[in-house]
Design a protein around this ligand. Sequence first.
Ligand code: HAM
Length: 439
Amino acid sequence: MKLQAAKNHSRFARVKGTHDTLPEAHAQWARIAAVAKQVLERAGAVQLTPPIFEYSEVFTKSVGESADLVVQKEMYTFFDAGARSLTLRPEFTAGVLRAFIEHGLYVWPSPIKLWSIGPVFRAEKPQRGRFRQFHQVNCELLGLDAPLLDAEAITLLYQIFSELGLRGLVVKLGSVGDPEDRQAYNHYLREALTPLADRLSEASRERLRLNPMRVLDSKSAEDQAVVASLKRPLDFLGEAAKVHFAQVQAYLSDWQLPFELEPNMVRGLDYYRRTAFEFHHGAIGAQSALCGGGRYDGLVEQLGGPPTPGVGWAFGLERLLDALQQEGALPTGSVRPLLYLIPMDEEAVGEVAKAAFTLRRHGVVLHAYAPRNPGKGLKEADRAGAVLAALRGSRERAHGSYQIKELASGAQFEVPEGELAAFLRGHQARDHEANTLLR
Ligand code: HAM
């Protein structure tokens, strides 16, 4: 139900880059979360929620020294009373893997699939699609280095978006190679770009110093002009990474999952090895990546766990909602009240409230909080979007009944108090049957 709102009179504003999730958006989120949960759990994933903050090291050790999160100081880090450095999670992967190791989940049969949902925090410059507090659905698939797992991870993500009715997706697939391939490519880039450094933007000159591959990721036209003539990361893949990448593509082609090769794929986090992917949508502005992910073999060891390969992804709920809205495919998700109870005298006020408590096991049941005349009460029921209204006054009390009105058809029924629950159940069943026949 969309309610009117008054003009803003608040003395305080929310922090820039954060959002209040209003009731309408919550219903849409719930639908997305339900679809994600269903697709992932039917594939054997289980839910794991790490804390919202961790010791800062958990993140600095995993995302890498040259990640924007570190270089551009995008993490919300603070000291607690014991002078320990803590950080609000800027992503899920590090915390999920820390928990995976801490609880010894690596003894579970492989592959282990862990999914999460919740807020994440990055001190970025806010703009459309880029916030300081946003929300991710995240999934990690652990324990196998087979290309099949990469292809499954991508397919699960694709299934979630398809199930939600999103059409304008572009799946971009690349490979950042094994660490030695990346090293060779970074070496090549340094050699090739250093003489051209004065043609690069200031940010890219800094990237050239710390992690030359990130120059490819630059959105500036001057940088892209320089980059256009260079060799691509895919040209530097070693034999093992090349075979792995070819197999991932073979599975996806075989399963008819449409994708584009992105020879310049670079991810903003340093832990990726081999497969890297992003899903983009053309209608949501410059921040067009709905999700990102890839393989990160070696990361579990880096965090102190036993050798455990893995691949994972995360999508941003806000960007997904923006994309669904642009396509006119926003889920509605709000639940219609089944029944609105109308007390017609003082005595009925408590009676209808009591009836509501017990009837709520059948659906949403609302009631008026003071006596109403039938006209006003029925108008309220209609405005609440209720399917049925039930009137209760002295006449109904004398008969031990409720007068029920079906708001769409105007049909009326006198229902004994003791049979209200059965009436609601019967009505729901008829409604369901009618909906099934219409389909
Ligand atoms: P990421 O690419 O940094 O990957 O973020 C994933 C998604 O989160 C993005 O594609 C975007 O939809 C959303 N997102 C990122 N930053 C913002 C922002 N400032 N405002 C709104 N939405 C944003 C990761 O986070 C990896 N941990 C994914 C992963 C999991 N890789 C392996 N496992």
